[in-house]
Ligand binder design. Structure first.
Ligand code: 5GP
Ligand code: ZN
Length: 116
């Protein structure tokens, strides 16, 4: 069920604009409004799932499709061979600020480890 109070559900619905660069039956992706790397794309399921803790067995194909999207977008952005990072934050201690699960796809620069 879409959540009308959820920013990313509103982006999926087209009610809030975003620079959408990828769409599939289960996922969409758009450029992050506050990019942390030359390429910073947010990949989300069309379906509202709040956090990783809310992922059920039935969501597995949807969650898997986020990684298929990451692969396709990395190729599209020309960063697949150099390398890139995908990150999914869960809850406040990890820095999750939008409670609709999303993969961050970051690339176009050297990524440090460990992350902050
Ligand atoms: P989180 O902090 O939950 O892991 O990631 C949320 C991400 O969404 C942040 O990187 C933030 O910059 C991005 N974001 C927040 N609001 C918007 C928005 O309205 N449009 C876009 N394109 N990105 C947003
Ligand atoms: Zn949502």
């Amino acid at each position: 069920m879409p959540d009308s109070d959820c920013l990313f559900c509103n982006i999926v619905a087209g009610d809030i604009p975003a620079d959408v660069i990828y769409e599939s039956d289960t996922a969409i992706a758009f450029r992050d409004i506050n990019p942390q790397a030359p390429t910073h794309v947010v990949i989300i399921p069309r379906q509202h799932i709040s956090t990783i803790n809310d992922i059920d067995d039935e969501h597995e194909p949807i969650v898997g499709s986020l990684f298929s999207a990451a692969k396709a977008i990395a190729a599209q952005e020309g960063i697949a061979d150099d390398g890139y990072r995908v990150v999914m934050n869960c809850n406040k201690a990890a820095g999750q600020s939008v409670f609709h699960v999303h993969l961050h796809l970051l690339g176009g620069r050297i990524m440090n480890w460990p992350p902050g």
